[in-house]
Write a new protein. Structure first.
Lengths: 440, 227
């Protein structure tokens, strides 16, 4: 197989490189053929102009060497087929000789000039790109500098005040200053944590430590910690009591939820309501044992294909089952059995406690202003901050959410809720265990 | 007696809170605004004696706000910013800020800058006299005495020093000094400034490498202080 593919690669490489030359020569050839057919109507001087036009057109789209080749080739053709005496390279009149030389020179100059212009353009573009990178870097440094130095400023200022021999400082003031110090220290700690997280994600050395997680406890812990900071929003948690245990990385999961909720608290209106819904996108009850394999179809994780010993059926998470007979449903048209996406083996045997192929899905919704539509695609970018966003934040929180979710093989999406607010949906495929429900 | 009123325009609640406590306990009255819009409204409704303005505001560039303020507001403005933003500071000073502070700042320094900015601005008629234990500068008789000794200065040196004496406690940017002493064509010739500053320091400072009077404001300019 390898042996076969090698020479093929080489030839395709040559055609790739030789393509502009071929096209250039072909164009000159076609146009000269047409001119030749009409040579009784066209004087050979007009043909020179037409060929020159062809060379110019080639110069606009190709590199210098194909253009030079086209210029040379067209000059030869013109000389041989058009300048009298035709079918001879000999030129009878000195005027024609001058014309030929002129033709050749103009074509060359044309090629070189176009090439130069194109080079200048590329350079300008590169320069612009570089400037943009520098600008981005500066913005990033500024926001980081602001974010880290503001709490430091608060700490230094507060300690200065507390240490000073200023008698006007009331006990109330002192308490406030101490509260500010602890608030600032926590903020610093959070930002340093963010920076460490993002460098961990960047380095690629991030590995999920999966263990059984009680999602109810985890979500309540995170929310409790956030509520302790004294927020005005009300957080409503909605988790089905029958939710299974999930095998995933608890620390990452906590960070994901905490970053989104913190973000929502920061940017939604005071006294508004924040909703957290957790659901287990459990697949329709497939009896373990009579299914041989199960696989996700496309990456949406909304559908999967299960192969039973006797039939294949496709289903979505609304407990609708589609057998090969009723697969005419348009939603499932694009599914191909050749490309089933992620493959996970279903454990066989009578044991029904573990099931793979389940998805933990979290939906966090606020009633803030939502995201401007044109900025939605960028919100997970590192250091990206919404235009006109208020103080605080490095633009790292959501990129950490994305990094961690992906490290858990999941995905995060976001959308604006009708009537205001942003909605984050996180879907993490993980093993589930109903031990909790069945045995308690 | 009415308390001196200071308007703080900063989007960081933490900084506002800190400034509130600091300033209140030092007998200033404080008003707060979290963005440029509110800041301008508050300043125009009742012009404060001094404005502490953060340059990084959410709704408007602090520099632009400063420019708008300066169309009618004549009291001192001290600009607050985080470090690494010398360019912004220079811009702010050029656009009419009286002074600047980089966060994090020491409380003592903040209070000193506020006091210095609130001191009556020097007018041309009253030529001030700098009179400290070690240094006396008499601008009317054009004499400078250092530790009891009359010191001779060249024309340019004296022009530079007198400029500092007139703006005691204020930061003067490189561009401002070059324009004022050498002329508008010399704004980028900071090497002149370095040479002359070194000369003056040699004449007035005890240890020119550790100046007490002519302090360097990194990347921005110089500040003349007398204790």
């Amino acid at each position: 197989m390898k042996h076969l593919s090698k020479p093929f690669d080489k030839s395709s490489f040559i055609t790739q490189k030789g393509k502009p030359y071929l096209i250039a020569l072909l164009l000159v050839f076609i146009v000269s053929t047409i001119c030749y057919l009409f040579s009784s109507y066209l004087s050979y001087r007009v043909v020179a102009l037409i060929l020159l036009l062809v060379v110019s057109v080639i110069a606009v789209s190709f590199d210098i060497f194909p253009v030079l080749l086209a210029a040379f080739f067209s000059a030869v053709i013109w000389n041989f087929f058009f300048i009298p005496p035709i079918y001879h390279f000999r030129i009878s009149t000195s005027e024609d000789l001058i014309l030929l030389i002129m033709y050749f020179l103009i074509a060359m100059i044309n090629a070189v000039l176009t090439y130069k212009i194109r080079r200048a353009e590329t350079k300008a573009r590169e320069k612009e790109e570089k400037a943009n990178t520098v600008k981005l870097y500066n913005t990033m440094l500024n926001s980081l500098s602001h974010e880290l130095r503001t709490p430091i400023a608060a700490i230094i200022g507060a300690t200065d005040n507390l240490q000073s021999a200023n008698n006007n400082l009331t006990p109330g003031h002192k308490d406030q200053l101490i509260a500010e110090i602890s608030k600032a220290a926590l903020r610093l700690d959070r930002q340093v944590g963010n920076l460490l997280d993002i460098s961990r994600i960047e380095s690629g050395f991030i590995k999920a430590k999966k263990n059984w997680v009680d999602i109810v406890e985890t979500i309540h812990d995170v929310v409790h910690k956030i509520e302790e900071n004294g927020i005005s929003q009300r957080i409503i948690i909605n988790i089905s009591p029958a939710i299974p245990l999930f095998k995933t990385d608890k620390v990452m999961l906590e960070q994901i939820v905490s970053n989104i909720v913190n973000n929502a608290v920061l940017y939604s209106y005071s006294d508004s309501v924040l909703k957290i819904n957790v659901s287990d996108s459990t697949r329709p009850p497939v009896t373990v044992g009579d299914v041989q394999s199960i696989s996700f179809v496309d990456n949406s994780l909304q559908t999967y294909r299960a192969d039973k010993s006797d039939q294949t059926f496709i289903t979505n998470n609304h407990n609708q089952t589609f057998t090969p007979d009723n697969i005419q449903n348009p939603d499932f048209q694009k599914i191909s059995t050749e490309d089933p996406g992620k493959q996970t083996l279903f454990p066989s045997g009578p044991d029904k406690i573990f099931s793979k192929g389940n998805v933990l899905s979290l939906m966090i919704e606020d009633s803030g202003p939502g995201f401007p539509d044109n900025e939605l695609p960028f919100i997970f970018d590192k250091f990206y901050r919404l235009k006109n966003s208020k103080a605080g934040g490095t633009g790292l929180g959501l990129s950490i959410v994305k990094g961690f979710t992906e490290a858990l093989n999941g995905r995060v999406t976001t959308e604006n809720v009708m009537g205001g607010g942003a909605r984050f949906i996180i879907e993490i495929p993980c093993e589930t265990s109903y031990l909790k429900v069945t045995n308690e | 007696m009415n308390k001196t009123e200071i308007l703080v325009v900063d989007d960081e609640e933490q900084i506002r809170k800190l400034l509130e406590i600091t300033l209140q306990s030092n007998n200033y009255q404080i008003k707060q605004a979290a963005n440029a819009r509110d800041g301008i409204i508050m300043a125009s409704n009742h012009p404060p004696d001094l404005i502490l303005l953060d340059v990084g505001l959410p709704d408007k560039d602090g520099i632009i706000m400063l420019q708008e303020l300066r169309e009618w507001y004549t009291n001192p403005v001290i600009v607050l910013s985080v470090q690494n933003s010398e360019d912004v500071i220079i811009q702010a000073l050029d656009k009419g800020a009286n002074d600047y502070l980089t966060k994090p700042f020491r409380t003592g320094e903040l209070l000193a800058r506020i006091r210095s900015a609130l001191r009556n601005p020097v007018t041309d008629e009253t030529e001030p006299v700098i009179n400290t234990e070690d240094l006396q500068i008499d601008l009317s008789s054009r004499t400078v005495t250092v530790r009891g000794e009359l010191i001779k200065f060249t024309g340019t040196e004296y022009n530079l020093l007198s400029l500092f004496a007139r703006n005691e406690g204020k930061v003067l940017t490189h561009a401002f000094l070059l324009r004022a002493v050498w002329g508008p064509g010399f704004i980028n010739q900071s090497q002149y400034l370095r040479v002359f500053m070194a000369q003056i320091r040699k004449k007035i400072e005890k240890d020119p490498n550790r100046p007490e009077y002519l302090l360097t404001e990194s990347g921005v300019g110089y500040r003349f202080v007398c204790k």
